[in-house]
Design a protein around this ligand. Structure first.
Ligand code: ZN
Length: 407
């Protein structure tokens, strides 16, 4: 047997390599070994028929919250966090990035408890606020928004840190933005901005036009208060100009940051995200946002071609965080793979504010591989009809099936 696993007959979409065709993928030693048509089924220990399905790189979700800190009822994203493997693989996601749930004071603890412990590939942005999102107040304490400490922690953990973050800031000044950008300058990393409460003293257009550097990321790009569409119905030119000068725009759907009123005309007029992401946490995952395939489906039904939806959910976000080793199916790369099913029917999609868009297509995740291992299998494709198995299957080597005496 030359390969451990063979995915046969799927419609492969691998935007990083310009592949969009029906072909097979063979996996050896956890890596992509061959991408070719008609790889013999008997060349692999296991061959899965994925015809009729889309085979894509494992999804890269660069906005999630993974630092569960139970015990504080008033906590924000910190306490709303989820743990990665329970919610990543079922969505086709193999790489997740925590966006500032932990700050420079508790990032080492976050790394120890979460980033170093799960199968999902995980990275983090370090919050400029010492205790990150532990409570709403921790992100308001300007005495704890520390440029030097934040940059130092980011460099110390640079193997897992992809940038710096500020979020939820409510005051009418630029302190949190200016400090996180300064920390990014010092650590030579991008800053991600959740603009918090929008205030007339610090308008959003000034953030992306002047304050941020090329490579910095504005998340929650389709939030309600973001000025997206002018009175003539066109995408504001300041947004396109900001993109021209290198500002990155992230979806970060979440429970309060995605509004069809902004998203639909922006997608129609080709003002697309650099990264489709969920802002996954326990408040967003059950109503509205739901998961990565649902968020991707929204872009599909708003008119974005499927190959672009996949590109903006795989290789582009990997580039935004400076980790281009993820998000593609190149020979030799780790076999992180999502197998998606595109159904036709009557589906409803809801934004963060009760706005619904009905449409006739929806993506579901059938199968996920991480490092070549099957980590999600919605329809039991990796098993066999139980009637074809050994009559006493299910009894492990270390135990025995002891039958009661016959009457
Ligand atoms: Zn968030």
């Amino acid at each position: 047997m030359r390969y451990e696993l063979l995915l046969k007959g799927g419609h492969v979409i691998d935007p990083a390599n310009g592949i969009e065709t029906i072909t097979d993928i063979a996996i050896r030693d956890g890596n992509i070994a061959v991408v070719d048509t008609d790889i013999p089924a008997d060349s692999a220990q296991q061959c899965l028929d994925v015809s009729g399905l889309y085979v894509t790189p494992g999804l890269v979700d660069i906005h999630v919250h993974l630092y569960a800190t139970p015990g504080n009822r008033d906590a924000w994203a910190g306490d709303n966090s989820i743990l990665p493997d329970g919610f990543s693989f079922r969505a086709g996601t193999t790489t997740m990035v925590d966006t500032g749930s932990a700050g420079w004071r508790n990032f080492a603890d976050f790394r120890h408890r979460v980033l170093d412990r799960f199968t999902t590939r995980t990275y983090g942005f370090v919050n400029i606020a010492g205790f990150g999102m532990a409570t709403m107040m921790t992100e308001q304490n300007v005495h704890d928004l520390n440029v030097d400490e934040c940059a130092a922690i980011a460099r110390e953990h640079e193997d897992v840190v992809v940038g710096l973050k500020t979020a939820h800031y409510v005051m009418p000044d630029w302190t949190s933005v200016d400090r996180v950008v300064a920390a990014g300058e010092k650590a030579r990393m991008p800053a991600m901005i959740d603009f918090g409460h929008f205030k007339p003293e610090r308008p959003y257009y000034e953030l992306v036009s002047e304050r941020l550097r090329p490579g910095d990321i504005s998340t929650h790009m389709y939030r309600g208060p973001v000025p997206c569409i002018d009175e003539q119905g066109h995408v504001y030119s300041y947004l396109r100009e900001a993109r021209e000068r290198g500002i990155r725009f992230d979806v970060g759907h979440g429970a309060g940051s995605f509004c069809f009123r902004n998203a639909v005309p922006c997608v129609e007029q080709n003002f697309w995200p650099d990264s489709i992401s969920t802002d996954l946490h326990r408040m967003s995952m059950n109503i509205g946002m739901l998961d990565m395939p649902t968020t991707m489906s929204k872009f599909l039904v708003m008119g974005m071609p499927l190959a672009d939806v996949i590109r903006l959910s795989t290789i582009e976000p990997a580039r935004v965080i400076g980790r281009p080793q993820h998000g593609h199916l190149s020979v030799g790369a780790a076999a992180d793979v999502a197998v998606l099913r595109l159904d036709e029917g009557d589906f409803g999609y809801m934004d963060s504010f009760g706005g619904v868009l009905r449409a006739d297509r929806r993506l579901f995740c059938e199968l996920t591989l991480c490092d070549g291992q099957i980590v999600w299998d919605l329809n039991g494709r990796s098993g066999a009809d139980y009637r074809t198995l050994d009559p006493e299957y299910g009894v492990r080597d270390v135990e025995e099936l002891i039958r009661p005496p016959q009457a």
